[in-house]
Design a protein around this ligand. Structure first.
Ligand SMILES: NCCCNCCCCCC(O)(O)C(F)(F)F
Ligand SMILES: [Zn+2]
Length: 664
């Protein structure tokens, strides 16, 4: 299934008609450069074009009052003076004779996108719209917004398709207070927003944008605010909040539909955000949401005012929606102190509502009243920091790297008597191994793993790895008689010259890994039921789940809160996913894991499985081919000892691995 693209040039046909410093950045070119970048890069041709339509009155009334709608209806007939007068009653927004028409098209586009996804016409999609929506309220326009496009879409999806749970992720740099007000008492809509806040010194300067606004009445726990109290946030800060706040809650919430308030003013170069995250971060933010709700994801444009970073960010988002390999994010150095404080506050504010956050620790007590003093000091500190160090609009950043699709998506190396799963390309050709390597294999493994056909298996396996590294193949599946033996061998010899860093994810445990490299060329994360007595090295991380890998709650918590942050920081060139026989891992969890690991090493994942587990080859192949993983159903509360152990493990490791930091 494809990716929908909604765009109508009619939505470029309104603009600011008078002088207003607050509104001058919201220009038609925002939409034009975004769409043109998609056309120039060939991405628009790969999307399924869906026409925009006007939202009807009843659809707009799902969120807004009749009073407000009737008032806006009059604006097309207003004189310039009337429009100015009408605008005065609202904040940081402007009206234009054609904005009502465009606002209906913007909301209608979001609804068209929901229809296309919910009817299965497409898997996911994006609507490039203006005016944006997330600030507009029941009876008020605000912050360039007239109708709340995403809030209307959420209500529409529930009403028309009986969607039970909607997740709204708002990565725009401003707080979508309109969305928060709309759903704050509604447990069926989980609203997550991060936003520049600076202790209430940044627009819209609302006390209720802080982390302690968690929702009201039955909606308590379903509103998550992560305030950024400094500018200059980077990729590490964004990913840390996804791994340690949003994703654990999102997986526990288990939404049927994901809507994204896709504002790109949170990218580097934007005059509003003044952040430093690069456009390719949106490739990963999108990817991390794509295994929720069976892949049903609707992104709707909100803000974004630096036309260069906006266009790049839109392309990065669309390329991920299309399933292209992800760019490697280099030198993630962990969240800054202010970000750790924000994420720790958000986690502790939500600890009582989400079992996946149960072990969050409280931030050191700094009562709110001292906050403005602190921020003044930080302000002082920042100005001391050389001005050019901070991100300003003049900031330059590298073009996002090209994300080439290898000619072959998924290859397999299987024993001759095992049928190849649909969609996988069987690798039979294999160049002969150097005799030296064969003899090394032979004398290292006297087991059957390296008898006659064993050498064939090895030579095919090495060929597969060479093709992965050469980006001729994206990922692969290998079935062998003895997984543990082959893994040891592959890892030892692999890191010779072929790849610089291998992330080995070992699911289940047969026996102690009797080697551990300490040079950092291999990072092993082993998830199993047995505790490993001692902590070997920074590069061997055993995660123990009391009930073993069949405990999906514990497993997904370890993946989100430990494996993902580690993987991002380690930034491997190859991921070796080893499924030990009898691990007991649940199929949907296995597919989720493969899906999430695609975020590393440009998707170069090599799955190693034992021949006697060939029954799960089908679901493995499906995940490797990029099909969305099935939702993790009815997740139980994780076992307290596992939650505690994970928290302790993070605290112990965070000195070496900055991305594990959740406590300041
Ligand atoms: N220096 C100019 C001050 C501007 N203050 C208003 C900012 C509005 C932001 C709107 C947005 O970006 O959140 C949306 F997504 F809605 F478009
Ligand atoms: Zn914004």
């Amino acid at each position: 299934m494809g990716t929908a693209l909604l765009y109508d040039e009619e939505m470029t046909k309104y603009k600011l008609l008078w002088v207003d410093a607050a509104c001058k950045i919201e220009v038609p070119e925002r939409l034009i450069v975004s769409y043109e970048a998609l056309v120039r890069s060939g991405l628009s041709d790969r999307c399924i074009s869906i026409p925009a339509r006007e939202a009807s009155d009843s659809e707009i009334l799902l969120v807004h009052s009749e009073l407000y709608l009737e008032a806006v209806k009059k604006t097309p007939y207003m004189t310039l003076e009337d429009l100015k007068e009408f605008t005065l009653q609202f904040g940081d927004v402007y009206f234009h004779p054609n904005i009502y028409h465009c606002a209906k098209l913007a909301s209608g586009s979001a609804l068209q996108l929901v229809d296309s996804v919910m009817t299965g016409k497409v898997r996911n999609g994006i609507a490039l719209v203006r005016p944006p929506g997330h600030h507009s309220m029941h009876s008020a326009a605000n912050g360039f917004c007239v109708f709340n496009n995403v809030a209307i879409a959420a209500r529409y999806a529930k009403q028309k398709y009986g969607v039970k749970r909607v997740l709204i992720v708002d990565w725009d740099i401003h707080h979508g207070q309109g969305v928060q007000y709309c759903f704050e008492d509604d447990p069926s809509v989980l609203y997550f927003s991060w936003h520049r806040y600076e202790h209430q010194n940044f627009w819209p300067n609302l006390r209720e944008s802080d982390y302690d606004s968690v929702g009201k009445e039955s909606g308590a726990g379903f509103n998550i605010n992560v305030p950024w109290n400094n500018v200059g946030m980077e990729n590490s800060d964004y990913l840390s909040v996804f791994c340690h706040v949003l994703l654990p809650v999102a997986y526990e919430f288990c939404p049927d539909l994901v809507l994204v308030c896709a504002g790109f003013d949170s990218a580097i170069g934007d005059p509003e955000g003044e952040m430093c995250a690069t456009p390719d971060i949106f490739a990963h933010l999108t990817h991390l949401l794509m295994n929720l709700a069976g892949g049903k994801l609707c992104a709707v444009l909100e803000g974004g005012y630096n036309l260069t970073s906006l266009a790049q960010s839109v392309c990065q988002t669309v390329q991920t929606l299309l399933g292209d390999p992800l760019p490697q994010l280099a030198n993630l150095r962990g969240p800054c102190k202010s970000a750790v404080e924000s994420l720790q506050c958000a986690r502790s504010a939500h600890r009582r509502y989400w079992s996946f956050l149960k072990h969050a620790t409280d931030p050191p007590m700094t009562d709110i009243s001292t906050k403005h003093i602190k921020s003044a000091m930080e302000e002082e500190e920042k100005t001391e920091m050389a001005e050019e160090e901070r991100c300003t609009e003049g900031k330059v950043w590298p073009e996002p790297p090209e994300r080439l699709c290898p000619p072959v998506c998924s290859a397999s190396v299987l024993p001759d008597d095992v049928a190849c799963p649909d969609g996988l390309k069987r690798l039979s050709s294999s160049k002969d191994l150097e005799p030296l390597l064969v003899s090394k294999l032979k004398n290292r493994f006297r087991t059957a793993a390296v008898d006659g056909d064993g050498v064939t298996t090895f030579s095919r396996l090495y060929t597969l790895i060479e093709k992965l590294v050469a980006n001729e193949i994206r990922n692969g599946l290998v079935l062998v008689p003895d997984v543990a033996a082959v893994m040891m061998c592959v890892v030892q010899d692999l890191t010779s010259d072929l790849v610089k860093r291998v992330l080995v994810v070992c699911v289940g445990k047969e026996k102690e890994l009797d080697y551990v490299t300490t040079d950092g060329k291999v990072l092993v994360v082993q998830i199993s039921s047995e505790d490993s007595e001692e902590q070997r090295s920074k590069y061997y991380i055993p995660v123990c789940l009391k009930k073993g890998c069949s405990d999906t709650s514990g497993f997904i918590q370890a993946v989100l809160g430990l494996l993902l942050p580690l993987g991002y920081e380690y930034n491997p060139d190859l991921v070796l996913l080893v499924r030990m026989p009898g691990s007991g891992v649940v199929d949907s969890m296995w597919q989720q894991l493969i899906g999430l690991l695609q975020g590393f090493a440009k998707g170069h994942t090599l799955v190693l499985m034992q021949v006697n587990e060939k029954a799960c080859m089908g679901s493995t192949a499906s995940a490797l081919l990029g099909h969305p993983a099935p939702p993790l159903q009815d997740l139980q509360t994780p076992f307290p000892e596992d939650g505690d152990a994970l928290e302790r493990l993070r605290e112990r490791l965070q000195a070496d691995w900055k991305m594990l930091q959740t406590t300041s």
